[in-house]
Design a protein around this ligand. Structure first.
Ligand SMILES: Cc1cc2nc3c(=O)[nH]c(=O)nc-3n(C[C@H](O)[C@H](O)[C@H](O)COP(=O)(O)OP(=O)(O)OC[C@H]3O[C@@H](n4cnc5c(N)ncnc54)[C@H](O)[C@@H]3O)c2cc1C
Length: 520
């Protein structure tokens, strides 16, 4: 055997030994395999989102981000390949569930060398590779760019050749000081939510996130029991008719229609104890607010520390937004549904108990949506007042979002007649309740939904005829005697879904007492 042949064989044997050793250290089904796989995936995963002629409009219309960057490139272009690590370094900060600064800018790329993208690249007059644009996502979705266009909100990024330069350029636009080494919850630039009422529009993403988590918690903790089932159905009814997100109205309608499948009426009987779980019946990955949710981050409700705000903030926003959307005739039903839901399904024990006490102290039924919206507002303020003291003494609050009696004058000056502010910040404020109600309906009504309106204007699609009918009807009649009766009596906008529901429910009836809260 020649010397070179022998050395080749030796190398092969060494390589085999190394790889078999590695394989031996990874036991089938062991965590190390998962780690190895996820390491591999991580190495391959890009932060920037690949767009093409088919998904371009939809992705940009649906992003919660306030700005978008689109890089037009060609995969054969060596300069583009060299630029990719720079672009990725910046995209790490803004994109994906682990984004350091989520919701600020969506970083995307389009490969102009692919035939499918020809029209798209033409629309943006791409003249060289890579060519970067900056602008509001909705403007990308609806339009294009031409070199001589003066008033365009889409701008060419002329100085982004390295990661540092690109981030500098972005910082200049935003007046921010993001750094390439920023870690999560460092160097936060969260916009204040006590001076700009428009900020609440960002919460439309949080109400989706909060709805997802509320139901995930219910399933994970197997909280649907014989005595809690009816209250969940009532809360679902409220969401189907009045959730501010159309996607959630659609998702909750689907849950309601299939409710018996994942939560049989005899659940709770000894042999059915395990019937509701996230791996049986209703799947754990059920998309109650559409396939984009959970996004993994909060927008309006994002705290400046990792353990502040988030879900509980999102839940409050859901409740307030429901309170301003109901009809007068639904106010007592909504009150009962909300109180029962928090009592049965909000897993924070102290919160649940305090809220329930406040619910129980209501003695006269609500006759108007105004009464219910104002009750919820003042109840929330009582919680704020209590937490203001606790958080000040324990230092547990979010320093950027201290609790206040709400709304402050900066948000609604006409809401305040006068105030005798005490030293701890809490106050005996004389409210102009008409103005407060007006403010609440504008804030949690029109303004909260304004981003959706914008998407609708741009032609957002709702699929699935029957359910689409259902979810576009926000004034459906809600009858507080259980899901079957409610859906069956609901307006004809429920269309095919109502018939389907009726046919499913023909032989079943849910009889609930009107004031179930008092019976718990
Ligand atoms: C039903 C419920 C009961 C809770 N009870 C407790 C409790 O007992 N103890 C506890 O430690 N935590 C409790 N929490 C959590 C707590 O209230 C906050 O949600 C949490 O501390 C996060 O606060 P935040 O700064 O995000 O503002 P949040 O209080 O969550 O408010 C969210 C947003 O709503 C707006 N807002 C504030 N006040 C009002 C108001 N009065 N009316 C309308 N809108 C308003 C503001 O824009 C604010 O940013 C409860 C949460 C819920 C949903």
């Amino acid at each position: 055997m020649s010397m070179s042949k022998a050395s080749v064989i030796l190398i092969v044997i060494v390589l085999l030994l190394i790889s078999s050793e590695e394989a031996a250290s990874i036991q089938p089904g062991s965590r190390s395999i998962l780690r190895a796989v996820s390491r591999e995936n991580k190495a391959q995963a890009d932060y920037a989102v690949d767009l093409n002629g088919t998904n371009f409009d939809a992705v940009l219309r649906n992003t919660p981000a306030a700005h978008a960057i689109v890089e037009f490139f060609a995969h054969w272009c060596p300069a583009c390949r060299n630029y990719k690590p720079h672009y990725e370094k910046v995209a790490r900060l803004f994109n994906g569930p682990d984004a350091v600064h989520p919701g600020i800018a969506l970083m995307t790329r389009v490969d102009c060398a692919l035939k499918i993208n020809n029209k798209l690249c033409d629309k943006f007059s791409v003249s060289h590779y890579p060519m970067l644009f900056w602008g509001p996502p909705s403007k990308f979705a609806s339009g294009g760019w031409e070199p001589k266009e003066e008033k365009s909100e889409i701008h060419v990024i002329d100085d982004g050749r390295t990661a540092e330069k690109l981030l500098n350029w972005i910082n200049k636009q935003l007046g921010s000081s993001y750094g390439l080494d920023d870690g999560k919850f460092e160097n936060e630039h969260l916009p204040s939510n006590i001076s700009d009422p428009g900020q609440i529009a960002r919460a439309v993403y949080d109400v989706e996130e909060a709805t997802f988590f509320a139901f995930e918690i219910i399933l994970k903790h197997k909280m649907i029991k014989p005595h809690t089932r009816a209250s969940l159905i009532r809360f679902l009814q409220l969401l189907v008719a009045h959730h501010p997100s159309r996607r959630c109205r659609k998702g909750t309608a689907e849950v309601l229609v299939n409710f018996d499948d994942f939560s049989p009426p005899d659940i709770g009987l000894p042999d059915k104890q395990e019937a509701v779980s996230d791996d049986k019946g209703m799947p754990g990955n059920f998309q109650i607010c559409g396939k984009e949710v959970p996004r993994g981050y909060w927008m309006f409700c994002r705290g400046s520390k990792y353990d502040t705000r988030g879900f509980s903030c999102g839940l409050w926003v859901v409740l307030h937004s429901l309170s301003v959307r109901i009809e007068d005739g639904e106010s007592q039903f909504a009150f009962t549904a909300v109180c029962d839901f928090i009592n049965n399904f909000f897993i924070c024990e102290e919160c649940r108990q305090h809220f329930y006490q406040m619910c129980s102290s209501v003695t006269t039924p609500f006759n108007t949506s105004r009464e219910f919206a104002l009750w919820l507002w003042s109840t929330h303020n009582k919680v704020n007042e209590r937490l203001m003291k606790d958080e000040a003494s324990l230092g547990t609050g979010d320093p950027k979002f201290p609790k206040i009696i709400w709304p402050p004058k900066q948000l609604c000056s006409s809401c305040h007649l006068s105030s005798n502010q005490r030293e701890n910040g809490a106050g005996q404020i004389d409210w102009n309740l008409n103005e407060v109600y007006k403010f609440l309906t504008g804030y949690y009504g029109k303004t909260l939904a304004s981003l959706y309106k914008e998407m609708d204007r741009l032609g957002d699609e709702v699929s699935d005829g029957a359910i689409a009918d259902l979810v576009t009807s926000t004034s459906a009649v809600v009858v507080p005697v259980g899901a079957a009766l409610a859906i069956a009596l609901a307006s004809c906008a429920f269309g095919a879904l109502a018939c389907f529901w009726r046919s499913q429910q023909k032989n079943r009836k849910y009889y609930h007492q009107l004031h179930s809260l008092k019976n718990i």
